[in-house]
Design a protein around this ligand. Structure first.
Ligand code: BGC
Ligand code: CA
Length: 364
């Protein structure tokens, strides 16, 4: 019995909540058959203990199995949850990675674009720099011009004064020019008068008169006058009449009064309107008497206001031409001064001499 007890103590058990381990301690050395016989009760004990242990184990298992199953389920659920979370996390991470990749790609594209823009900007910077240089040069030129302008502005008051003086001088010059023009015209007129006077034309009351020395019929006399840009004289006032008879001194001269048409009304050959009541005072008393009904032209025959007599037009007597004060249109002026008078180059007619020539030919 003592040896059996020793055999039982050789076996070692360990039981915990979940696992059961059974292992022998150091294997006991094989004994001779009689020893085996001595260990048989120990084996029984061991078997019993083992059986008890198994029973306990199974009981424990029976008791603990549902709990274990529950825990296993919990663990499975937890694992599933973790799996789900992991999958979700994986999906999320994939999505995020994809987004990040896209962003990275975008960033690369943007970097490329920025690089391109940077290159373009550099070119523009160079252009702007060149333009800036140009602008700077222009600004300097403008500054210089501005300074010149300011200098000119400073001169404006002086220039205004000069302008005012110039205006006054211009007015004076204009006045002088007009005076000169008037003087020129006056000189031209005087020169013309002198020239006419040299040709025996007398100036009176603004008109020129030529008292012929030769005798002609009334028509020939008128024809001669027209060659001198004149007509046989008209008489338009007592003053003129007085001038004429005083120069004529009683010598008969044709004047430009004649009858026209069958009515025999009086008419001035130079176109002056004949006014009966104005001219009646110049007729000799009893005239016009139309002696022989053939007296259609008029002579100035007496040295008095009443000096007119009607006479036969064919009769040859001296005559008086008259023309206006102004030089004819063919006369040439320069700055109001007469340069040339047509009378000096007048066409000479057969039998009719220029007044100056006539004077030289016929005057005593
Ligand atoms: C008369 C004039 C007339 C003249 C003609 C004079 O005696 O008084 O009226 O015209 O003669 O020659
Ligand atoms: Ca008469």
């Amino acid at each position: 019995m003592k040896e059996n007890k020793k055999e039982v103590q050789v076996a070692h058990f360990t039981v915990d909540n979940q696992d059961i381990s059974l292992w022998p301690r150091d294997p006991s050395p094989k004994k001779e058959s009689p020893a085996a016989l001595r260990t048989l009760p120990s084996v029984y004990v061991a078997i019993i203990l083992l059986a008890v242990g198994l029973v306990v184990f199974f009981l424990a298992m029976i008791i603990l199995y549902p709990q274990l199953l529950g825990r296993i389920d919990d663990v499975k659920i937890s694992v599933d949850m973790l799996k789900g979370r992991a999958e979700n996390t994986s999906v999320f991470l994939s999505s995020e990675i994809k987004k990040l990749r896209n962003k990275l790609e975008d960033s690369r594209t943007q970097v490329q674009m920025l690089n391109h823009s940077l290159g373009y900007s550099e070119v523009q910077m160079q252009l702007l720099s060149a333009m800036l240089k140009q602008d700077t040069a222009q600004l300097q030129a403008l500054t210089s011009s501005w300074e010149e302008l300011e200098a000119l502005n400073a001169q404006i008051p002086m220039l205004k004064q000069d302008l005012k003086k110039t205006g006054e001088l211009n007015a004076k010059v204009e006045q002088l020019r007009k005076d000169l023009q008037t003087l020129g015209a006056s000189l031209a007129q005087q020169r013309y008068i002198l020239e006419m006077a040299s040709q025996d034309w007398k100036f009176f009351g603004g008109n020129f008169y030529y008292f012929s020395t030769m005798k002609k019929s009334w028509y020939s006399a008128e024809q001669f006058c027209t060659t001198q840009d004149s007509h046989l004289t008209s008489v338009t006032s007592a003053t003129e009449q007085e001038f004429l008879y005083k120069v004529a001194k009683g010598v008969p001269y044709w004047i430009g009064l004649t009858k026209i048409g069958s009515s025999g009304s009086w008419h001035w050959v130079d176109g002056t309107l004949y006014i009966e009541k104005e001219n009646v005072r110049f007729w000799i008393k009893g005239e016009p008497n139309d002696r022989g009904e053939n007296e259609r032209c008029v002579t100035l025959v007496k040295s008095s206001l009443m000096s007119w007599n009607d006479l036969t037009c064919d009769q040859e007597v001296q005559f008086i031409c008259k023309k206006g004060p102004k030089p004819s249109e063919t006369d040439q002026f320069h700055d109001g001064i007469l340069l040339h008078s047509p009378s000096s180059s007048q066409t000479q007619h057969k039998g009719d001499s220029h007044p100056s020539n006539i004077h030289r030919e016929f005057s005593p």
